[in-house]
Write a protein that binds this ligand. Structure first.
Ligand code: 173
Length: 325
């Protein structure tokens, strides 16, 4: 049994003794959980609703022990921690664990919504791959419908970043480099300082969340359109998952589907974030018409190519799952 799951017998025993209930209360599993994103910010917004749902459910057969966000564990190490069972559950984006599962961030390039992935059996294929290669159960796909953008402090009038240094993660590296930019990888927690010191001229980030860490203070432009789909997953250590009862697994899966339904909120949230950015004086550099089409095509094409270079086998397998008819 995973040593981090504590099987706790609830108040039930006492109630049975008192004759208030006729059967022993079921054991509850506690899942020690970390998040790669700062609690209370935009990106983990629906995940925190999911945690609250479970916490407020008096009949929940599982408990979540939320340890904290990136202050408790560096975001690029969280994949490893959930693989190894150092934690039982993690809220983390695939771009942060490519060393555990190469090309995992192909998830951003999906042609299908999480709902469609589930309906067509593709979700199970992803789960199989994540289990085989990373020893985790891929429980839920959040942030679908949120989009990535480039933000700049220098104006551009075409999709070229020549001479510009961009803060990136594996999500944006291929695209930024294809446009002639120089790429510098940092976790989110280092973006503010990089902008303040001027060590980068821009950064990649979703449309949601730039106010959370104060980046609007050092952001002049957002480039439109947004590209890809943001993906942040809920991963459960496979041994922890296997040690749950059927009832506990079904419960979490049901809540995961509920969590994915909350992706429907993104359209409205995106519009509100765009409004706030405009209000904060962030100007939009927008590619339109054919240039827009070329920009988006290039985003997908260069990323699929990069993934194939990095790990041909995984890239091919993921392309079949996420991008085939
Ligand atoms: O920019 C990032 O740090 C990144 O890759 C990401 C991924 C998902 C949500 C937010 C940011």
């Amino acid at each position: 049994m995973n040593r981090h799951i504590r099987w706790t017998t609830t108040l039930g025993t006492a109630l049975v003794t008192l004759g208030l209930v006729s059967q022993a209360a079921a054991d509850t599993a506690t899942l020690r959980t970390v998040s790669a994103f700062t609690p209370g910010t935009a990106i983990p917004h629906t995940f925190e609703m999911f945690l609250e749902e479970i916490e407020n459910d008096p009949d929940a057969p599982v408990e979540v022990d939320f340890i904290g966000g990136p202050e408790t564990m560096p975001p690029f190490q969280i994949g490893n921690a959930v693989s190894n069972g150092v934690v039982d559950m993690a809220f983390v984006t695939s771009a942060f664990y490519t060393s555990s599962l190469p090309a995992a961030h192909a998830l951003n390039l999906t042609r299908y919504s999480p709902e469609e992935l589930r309906e067509t059996g593709r979700f199970e294929q992803l789960q199989e791959m994540w289990r085989e290669q990373m020893n985790v159960h891929y429980l839920a796909y959040t942030n679908y419908g949120n989009r990535y953008h480039l933000y700049l402090n220098e104006p551009i009038d075409s999709p070229e970043l020549n001479g510009l240094r961009m803060r990136i993660t594996p999500v944006y590296r291929a695209f930024a480099e294809a446009m002639g930019g120089e790429a510098a990888q940092t976790p989110p927690g280092e973006v503010y300082t990089a902008l303040e010191r001027g060590t980068v001229d821009g950064y990649g980030w979703p449309v949601q969340g730039i106010f959370d860490l104060g980046w609007q203070e050092h952001t002049r432009y957002r480039v439109d359109p947004g590209f890809y789909h943001v993906e942040v997953g809920v991963l459960v250590n496979q041994d922890a998952w296997d040690n749950l009862t059927d009832e506990q697994r079904d419960y979490l899966t049901e809540k995961a589907i509920w969590l994915e339904e909350q992706n429907g909120l993104n359209e409205e949230i995106n519009a509100e974030e765009e409004r706030r950015q405009a209000e904060a004086g962030i100007e939009v550099i927008e590619f339109e018409g054919e240039e827009r089409e070329r920009y988006l095509e290039m985003a997908y094409q260069v990323q699929w190519e990069r993934l194939a270079e990095e790990h041909a086998e995984n890239a091919e397998r993921l392309r079949e799952i996420l991008d085939s008819e």
